[in-house]
Design a protein around this ligand. Structure first.
Ligand SMILES: Cn1cc(CCO)c2c3c(c(-c4ccccc4Cl)cc21)C(=O)NC3=O
Length: 290
């Protein structure tokens, strides 16, 4: 077309980093600021269709959720050439699923200190989403993205007490992404996420404890990072996982962490800890023990 699209004029496309029925995600450099961005382009959904609802909910959610170190940052969204485009923060470390897969190929998995760090960071992101009156509803490894800490300068302040800057000593920052299933806690229009991570009560359309469905999915996500076998999509094993039976793991977790994860998977959503409770749970606190 004579008129370059905003996408082509504002960005240099480096490569495709994801593809699915939704469309494709590209890593791009914005010509003006020289920064990298992750840009999802999807064919414009039919006006009034469910897909349009999903696409709009994602942009609404990003607009409501301002800045948080553990939620992927939204920059802009627009429509052109029969496509919808969303420009997000680019996380340079791939997704948690990529890292779990890479480790598994080497017979490796996340060890307890890394599991606690993962759980604490994602809990902070969930606390922010939940206190904003929203629920994610599609928490899983492929929707958690990783940023590697910029090289720590020597004068870097240590971990601040309250307002966590999201940069733990390890230098790895986990961020919740893909807000395509986000809905409001009070007046939910639930679009079920991945059935492998779906809490039983949501399947039964009980939406009275939706934030606890995110906690359930996070519990399964942490177990996968700990080396659990791939999760069932349905069937007996699916139900067994929802009777608070932890799957077998290739490592022995300490009782405090194992009990905490078991609580996150409790069949009764009210018994699961809230994201806020997880953020101050002694098992996860970074305060030096003793
Ligand atoms: C497949 N894929 C790979 C990546 C890069 C990980 O190193 C990625 C990102 C995003 C997204 C994404 C997810 C859902 C909606 C919009 C976007 Cl841009 C998808 C991504 C996103 O919002 N930020 C990303 O880094």
């Amino acid at each position: 077309a004579l008129m370059l699209s905003r996408y082509e004029s504002e960005f240099l496309e480096l490569g495709r980093i994801g593809v699915g029925e939704f469309g494709a995600v590209y890593s791009c450099v914005k010509r003006l600021d020289g920064c990298m961005y992750a840009i999802k382009r999807l064919r414009r959904p039919l006006a009034g269709s469910a897909n349009e609802q999903l696409a709009l909910k994602e942009v609404y959610a990003h607009a409501v959720l301002g800045h948080h170190p553990h939620v992927v940052q939204y920059y802009s969204a627009w429509a052109e050439d029969d496509h919808m485009i969303i420009q997000n923060e680019y996380c340079d470390g791939g997704s948690l699923l990529d890292v779990i897969t890479e480790k598994k190929e080497q017979g490796e998995f996340f060890r307890e200190p890394e599991l606690r760090d993962l759980l604490l960071q994602v809990s902070m992101g969930l606390k922010y989403i939940h206190t904003s009156g929203l629920v994610h509803l599609d928490i899983k490894p492929s929707n958690i993205f990783i940023c590697h800490r910029p090289s720590a300068s020597t004068d870097e302040a240590g971990d601040s007490e309250e307002e966590d800057d999201g940069y733990p000593s390890s230098g790895v920052v986990f961020k919740i992404g893909d807000l395509g299933h986000v809905t409001s806690t009070s007046s939910p229009q639930v679009e079920e996420g991945d059935s492998r991570f779906l809490a039983c009560e949501v399947l039964r359309e009980d939406y009275t404890h939706l934030p606890k469905a995110d906690i359930f999915a996070l519990g399964l996500t942490v177990l996968l990072a700990a080396g659990a076998a791939p999760l069932p999509q349905n069937g007996d094993e699916w139900h067994r996982l929802r009777q608070a039976e932890l799957p077998s793991l290739p490592q022995e977790l300490t009782a405090p962490l194992s009990n905490l994860i078991q609580m996150m998977l409790d069949p009764d959503p009210a018994a699961r800890p809230s994201a806020s409770a997880l953020c101050k749970h002694p098992v996860l606190c970074r305060e030096r023990s003793g």
